[in-house]
Design a protein around this ligand. Structure first.
Ligand SMILES: *Cc1c(COP(=O)(O)O)cnc(C)c1O
Length: 343
């Protein structure tokens, strides 16, 4: 079993703190549910008393039966890609193109209109917004949305948000609410002071669910271990043991996302040096596993298999017993667990 253990009380205390510090917060549950799974996040969002939950895409709405409020779909609905939008009074669709707006004109669908930011992902630009004005008047617009970059210049996100608010005012477009992402507490505070009439709805995922890393831990179970002599061959690759030691078989493999890390932006020199070092080690056929034994991350004996990993342990370290659970360093947004244990 590859398990996620959650200190439920600690985790909930953290989510309640975030909720209290971010007025209007909309929790985000998408993809693998930040490691916890979509239905768990739906349950937690309900417990928190949130009125709206944001999901990544349309097919995730079904996973949220445990949530009683409205569900905002972040991925813009596009008629040419997603087909007809079925009626659902609890769902709010995001629209980010004039094709989508005109396809929904006169319908009863609830929509949030996304505006293009320096993110350059989805959204209407100024020209398209001007063209969209006639459609907007005959739609159930719940608000406007901005998806902002994380690495913004100082207060850049505030200025970008303010600019769009100014544009909407100038065009005389009513703004029932403004859905934003990745704004700091200070940013939100400044915006609130500048635009007290605008109801901000900050969408928060990572900080809410993963902001207290000591409240959860991934663990793999020791399934077997084998003493090997120096030179003895093992594994799919039949590599020879570099010395006497133990091959430890631990649950957690590629199907769980173990050691499949999402590319991360390598910007600092130290981080770059580390990446080169890791690449270099990988090139020599050895790579550091995320599995901890006796307080240290250990080497993979060979690349992880589908559901288990083979870990190399030098003879000097006494091997764990079958059934022991080992802490595994994982990236939560790319990991799926066999079970969730909420302690
Ligand atoms: C994923 C997502 C968020 C939340 O991002 P986090 O970094 O996990 O808080 C907010 N807005 C949009 C549009 C997203 O896709």
């Amino acid at each position: 079993m590859f398990s996620l253990y959650v200190d439920t009380a600690g985790w909930r205390e953290h989510t309640m703190q975030v909720l209290a510090s971010v007025p209007g917060l909309v929790p985000v549950a998408k993809g693998n549910g930040y490691g916890f799974g979509l239905s768990t996040l739906a349950t937690e969002s309900d417990r928190l008393g949130c009125d709206t939950l944001a999901v990544g895409q349309l097919n995730e709405v079904d996973a949220l039966k445990n949530f009683s409020g409205d569900v905002l779909v972040l991925m813009p609905w596009q008629p040419e890609l997603n087909g007809q939008l079925l009626d659902n009074e609890r769902r709010i669709a995001t629209v980010a193109s004039n094709e989508a707006l005109s396809a929904l004109t006169g319908s009863r669908h609830r929509v949030v209109v996304e505006l293009l930011t320096s993110m350059m992902r989805f959204g209407l630009d100024l020209k398209q917004l001007r063209q969209a004005r006639s459609h907007i008047a005959s739609l159930r617009v719940e608000g406007y949305a901005l998806h902002l970059p994380i690495d913004h210049s100082e207060r850049g996100a505030v200025e970008e948000t303010s600019n769009w608010i100014g544009v909407l005012e100038t065009l005389d477009i009513p703004v029932p609410s403004l859905w934003v992402s990745h704004l700091s507490a200070t940013d939100l505070h400044i915006l609130k002071q500048r635009h007290p009439e605008v109801k901000l709805r900050p969408r928060v995922g990572t900080r809410l669910w993963l902001g207290k890393p000591d409240a959860y831990v991934a663990r793999g179970t020791v399934l077997a271990s084998h003493r090997v002599r120096r030179g003895q061959r093992f594994g799919y690759r039949q590599r020879a043991a570099p010395s006497a030691g133990t091959v430890v078989i631990v649950s957690g493999g590629t199907s769980h996302g173990v050691s499949l890390t999402a590319p991360s932006p390598v910007t600092s020199t130290a981080a770059r040096a580390k990446a080169v070092a890791l690449g270099g080690l990988a090139a020599t056929g050895r790579s550091l596993s995320p599995v901890r034994i006796a307080g240290k991350r250990r080497w993979f004996a060979e690349p992880p298999h589908m559901q288990v990993s083979m870990i190399w342990l030098p003879a000097a370290v006494s091997p764990p017993a079958v059934g022991d659970e080992l802490d595994v360093d994982v990236r939560m947004t790319t990991t799926t667990f066999d079970r969730l244990v909420m302690d």
